[in-house]
Design a protein around this ligand. Structure first.
Ligand code: PBG
Ligand code: ZN
Length: 324
C-alpha cells in the first residue's frame, strides 16, 4: 500500500490541494520590440513567434494580450538611426517615447514598463557613452544620460522604468532624474543582478543591439559570482529600487533564491531570449514536449522565489493557464 508520501499523491484533487507554488497570468510581463514605420511585423529567425513590430502593430498586439489576461508589457525600442550617445533614446520623439505614448493612449489599462538602456540606440552597441581612452562605457556620463532618458520615458507616460545597463549608481541617478522632474510616483524595477550571459544572443538579433566590439563584461556580472549578485541587488535596494531582478533566470535559479532570502523587496526574473529559443527549437525538433517543459520551467521560477516573470512564453502560457 501507499505510505508516507505516496498516500498524498494518488488522488488528483488532493494533489491540487497540496500544491505549494502557483503560476498566474498576472505574474507575467511580455517583452515587445518596437521599430519605426507602419504595418511592420517581422519574425526574428533566432526567436520563433517573436516579432519586431511598428507602433500600430503593437497596439493590435495589446488587444491580443488583454484577451489572454496579460496586462503588463516591457518595451524595447529599435531606432531608425543610431549614434555614439544613443540620441534617439534622449528625444521626446524617439522610438521608445513614441511607443510609450501611443500604447498608453490606445490602452490606458495596460501597465507599460520601459527597458532603460542605451545599447539599442548606440552605433557601437554598448550600454552607454564610451570613454575614448579606455574604450569601455564611461559610468558617470552614462548616469547623467540615464537620468535624462528616464525623464523622456516618464514624460511619455510610462508606468514603470526598468534600467538594464548595470552602471554603478544607476538607481540613485534615475530616482533623482524622476523625482526632480515631478515623477515621484513612477517605480523602478532594477535589473539588479544581471550577468554577462551568452543567453542574450537571440535578443541581440531582435533588438539589433550586439556590441560592435568587445563584450559587456566590464559592466555585467561574472556568471560565477554568487555573493556579488546578492551584494549588487542589495545595493540597488539601498539606492531606492522598488523591485529587484535576476537575469537570466533558468541557469540562475540559485541566485533568484539567494536574492529572495536577502531582501524583502518584490523580485522579478528575466527568462531571457536564449532560454526561450532553446525550448522552442527543441520543441520544434520534437525532442521535448514544449508545453509541459515550458510550464515546468515557469513554475520553477516561482518556486525559486520570483514574484514576476518577464517571459516570451507569456502568451502561450496564458492560453494553457486559462484552459484555452
Ligand atoms: C539591454 C538588454 C538586454 C536584454 C534585456 N535588456 C541585452 C544585453 O544586455 O545584451 C536581454 C534580454 C534577453 O536576452 O531576452 N541592456
Ligand atoms: Zn544595454
Amino acid at each position: 500500500m501507499f505510505k508516507r508520501f505516496r498516500r498524498k499523491r494518488y488522488n488528483p484533487v488532493l494533489r491540487d490541494l497540496l500544491q505549494e507554488t502557483h503560476l498566474r497570468v498576472e505574474d507575467f510581463i511580455y517583452p515587445l520590440f518596437i521599430k519605426p514605420g507602419s504595418g511592420i511585423k517581422e519574425e526574428v529567425a533566432s526567436m520563433p513567434d517573436v516579432y519586431q513590430m511598428s507602433i500600430d502593430e503593437m497596439i493590435k498586439e495589446c488587444e491580443t494580450l488583454k484577451s489572454l489576461g496579460i496586462y503588463s508589457i516591457i518595451l524595447f525600442g529599435i531606432p531608425a538611426t543610431k549614434d555614439s550617445v544613443g540620441s534617439d533614446a534622449l528625444c521626446d520623439h524617439g522610438i521608445i517615447a513614441e511607443a510609450i505614448r501611443a500604447v498608453k493612449k490606445a490602452h490606458p489599462d495596460m501597465f507599460v514598463v520601459s527597458d532603460l538602456c542605451f545599447c539599442e540606440y548606440t552605433d557601437h552597441g554598448h550600454c552607454g557613452v564610451l570613454d575614448p581612452v579606455l574604450h569601455t562605457v564611461d559610468n558617470d556620463i552614462t548616469l547623467a544620460n540615464l537620468g535624462l532618458q528616464a525623464q523622456v520615458h516618464a514624460r511619455a507616460g510610462v508606468d514603470m522604468i526598468a534600467p538594464s545597463g548595470m552602471m554603478d549608481g544607476m538607481i540613485t541617478a534615475i530616482r533623482e532624474g524622476l523625482d526632480s522632474g515631478g515623477f515621484e510616483h513612477i517605480p523602478i524595477m532594477s535589473y539588479s543582478s544581471k550577468f554577462a550571459s551568452a543567453y542574450y544572443g537571440p535578443f541581440r538579433d531582435v533588438a539589433e543591439s550586439a556590441p560592435s566590439f568587445g563584450d559587456r563584461r566590464s559592466y555585467q556580472m561574472n556568471p560565477a559570482n554568487r555573493n556579488e549578485a546578492i551584494l549588487e541587488s542589495l545595493a540597488d535596494e539601498e539606492e531606492g529600487a522598488d523591485i529587484l531582478m535576476v537575469k537570466p533566470a533558468l541557469a540562475y535559479l540559485d541566485i533568484i533564491r539567494d536574492v529572495k532570502n536577502h531582501s524583502k523587496l518584490p523580485l522579478a526574473c528575466y527568462n531571457v531570449s536564449g532560454e526561450y529559443s532553446m525550448l522552442k527549437m527543441a520543441g520544434r525538433a520534437g525532442v521535448i514536449d514544449y508545453d509541459r517543459v515550458m510550464m515546468e520551467t515557469l513554475i520553477a521560477f516561482k518556486r525559486a522565489g520570483a514574484d514576476i516573470i518577464i517571459t516570451y512564453h507569456a502568451k502561450e502560457a496564458a492560453k494553457i493557464l486559462r484552459g484555452a
